[in-house]
Design a binder for this molecule. Structure first.
Ligand SMILES: Nc1ncnc2c1ncn2[C@@H]1O[C@H](COP(=O)(O)OP(=O)(O)OP(=O)(O)O)[C@@H](O)[C@H]1O
Length: 319
């Protein structure tokens, strides 16, 4: 049951959230057109959850106007519950409740709920349907929170740290399911610390830093404008080549050499690229060049390490 809305489906303007003296969100705009996937990224404590809670109608902002599907989500809770699915960062379940019981409970809140068995199946939880929720693994609980967020067959979903704790296969299942629903018109607003997830899923991304939006655009826009021109090279199987490592390290400024197990990872400034190429050629090495990523843009915009998504740079020793 889709509803015609003029302007963005999610439209938050000039939102401020204060906790005592702390301004957690400072005059922020956030919007999502119908059928768009919009991401909110930023370091811990940058205000993502506080902003999202306002947009969900769960927290009253100090300033700002918010419309979801054309109405104020805090003022009309009944309508909001019908059109919006909310996945909360932390959900406390009754101690002995089973997966099936939680689904039935949530389904009872809605006039025309989706088939929870089908949702459990899509998210790989059919075998767990009689298990107590508290006995599920963290990743299984996370998947259940997605099932519950989708039980009302929503027009828009707000997903806070969408795939936190999911293994790579489960993450793919969640991505595919969201993409499929988005193709059918679902509007999605997510927060995530996984840059490759944001890059893969989002049409538009907002970068929040200390309660302010510091950049907004498509993932490609952000990468083009903020990823910088440092080349990132990977030398597979060269981690133990001490001579090569020493030659590269000796190049000094503008060349960062890190060892990650059997790999060497190089960050090379444009001015030093020719010399690096020469050293690599002398050693008969062909590097793999990583394309600039949203991770790079995020790091440059926030001056912080991103979450655990920066896979090539895991477990490194810096020379
Ligand atoms: N209920 C609260 N009372 C007081 N301060 C709060 C409250 N909730 C959040 N804060 C503070 O507001 C700021 C923003 O927090 P918020 O949870 O919105 O950030 P976040 O970007 O979602 O962080 P994370 O990535 O860690 O989830 C932080 O400094 C936090 O300590």
């Amino acid at each position: 049951m889709s509803q015609q809305v003029s302007g963005p489906f999610v439209d938050a303007r000039d939102v401020t959230v204060r906790y005592g003296d702390l301004t957690a969100v400072d005059k922020v705009d956030l919007s999502a057109a119908e059928g768009q996937v919009v991401g909110l990224i930023g370091p811990n404590g940058s205000g993502k959850t506080s902003l999202l809670e306002c947009v969900e109608g769960l927290r009253k902002p100090a300033t700002g106007t918010i419309r979801v599907g054309g109405f104020d989500p805090a003022a009309d809770r009944t309508r909001m519950t019908r059109i919006a699915g909310v996945q909360l960062q932390q959900l406390v379940y009754p101690p002995r409740a089973t997966v099936e019981e939680m689904c039935r409970l949530f389904a009872s809140f809605y006039p025309g709920p989706a088939d929870h068995r089908e949702l459990l199946d899509r998210f790989g939880l059919t075998e767990q349907r009689r298990s107590q929720v508290v006995k599920l693994s963290g990743g299984q609980q996370q998947r259940l929170s997605l099932v519950l967020a989708l039980l009302n067959d929503p027009q828009v979903v707000f997903l806070d740290e969408l795939t936190n704790g999911l293994d790579p296969a489960a993450r793919r299942v969640v991505w595919d399911e969201l993409r499929r629903r988005n193709d059918e018109g679902l509007t999605v607003v997510i927060t995530s610390h996984h840059m490759e997830e944001v890059e893969y899923l989002c049409d538009r991304v907002n970068v929040l830093l200390k309660g302010r939006i510091v950049a907004t655009g498509t993932p490609s826009d952000l990468i083009r404008e903020h990823a910088g021109d440092t080349a990132r090279l990977v030398l597979d199987g060269s981690g133990g080549n001490r001579e090569l490592r020493d030659s590269l390290t000796a190049l000094g400024t503008g060349v960062r050499v890190q060892q990650a197990g059997q790999r060497l990872l190089l960050d090379v400034q444009p001015a030093r690229r020719a010399e690096v190429n020469r050293v690599l050629a002398d050693h008969g090495c062909t590097p793999r060049e990583l394309p600039p990523s949203l991770d790079d843009a995020y790091l440059n915009l926030t001056g912080q390490a991103a979450g655990p998504a920066s896979s090539e740079a895991d477990n490194v020793n810096v020379s």
